[in-house]
Design a protein around this ligand. Structure first.
Ligand code: FES
Length: 166
């Protein structure tokens, strides 16, 4: 765990200790949510430290965290692309958009490129169906997405496809 991560974790735990909530197993999920919000993921170091402070085993923490899809155990990619697959987006072709991102990035939804620059996620309705089909790029909504925009969007984000072997 880096110094910054340790400081962030200390701040989070201090907030719980000082407040009415307390640092205990009953607050494990909100604590994990805050750790991930500050650090981008749940590092091994953070889980180890939390286990010590809260007084439960690391396995228990991994058991709880892995139950929820929201928690990650690896650092996020530099750019994360969420392709909405909710009904409104689906009927407007989001399946093809997801397929095109997978093809261009050469990864499947739920994976990240080898250089960790791009992560691709499938997501259910993100709450702006009137703008369908929708893609989130680093949390920013891209409305009216079309398959023909995929290559340009990736280029703007600095994606360089690997050179093909001759
Ligand atoms: S279905 Fe995609 S935003 Fe609602």
């Amino acid at each position: 765990m880096s110094v910054n991560q340790a400081t962030a974790l200390g701040d989070i735990l201090a907030g719980y200790s000082a407040g009415a909530r307390g640092v205990g197993p009953e607050n494990l999920i909100p604590i994990l949510q805050e750790v991930q919000e500050r650090q981008g993921y749940l590092s091994e170091g953070a889980v180890e430290a939390l286990a010590r402070v809260i007084g439960i085993s690391e396995n228990e923490i991994y058991g709880v965290a892995s139950f929820y899809a929201q928690f990650r155990f690896q650092p996020p990619a530099e750019h994360t692309i969420h392709v909405c697959q909710g009904t409104a987006c689906h009927v407007r072709g989001s399946h093809q958009i997801l397929f095109d991102f997978e093809e261009r990035l050469n990864i499947k939804a739920g994976e990240m490129t080898a250089d960790q620059k791009f992560g691709l996620e499938r997501v259910a309705c993100v709450g702006c169906c009137a703008l369908a089909p929708v893609v989130l790029v680093d949390g920013q909504v891209r409305a009216g997405m079309k398959p023909k925009f995929v290559t340009g969007l990736l280029a703007k984000l600095g994606y360089k496809p690997f050179a093909k072997a001759s």
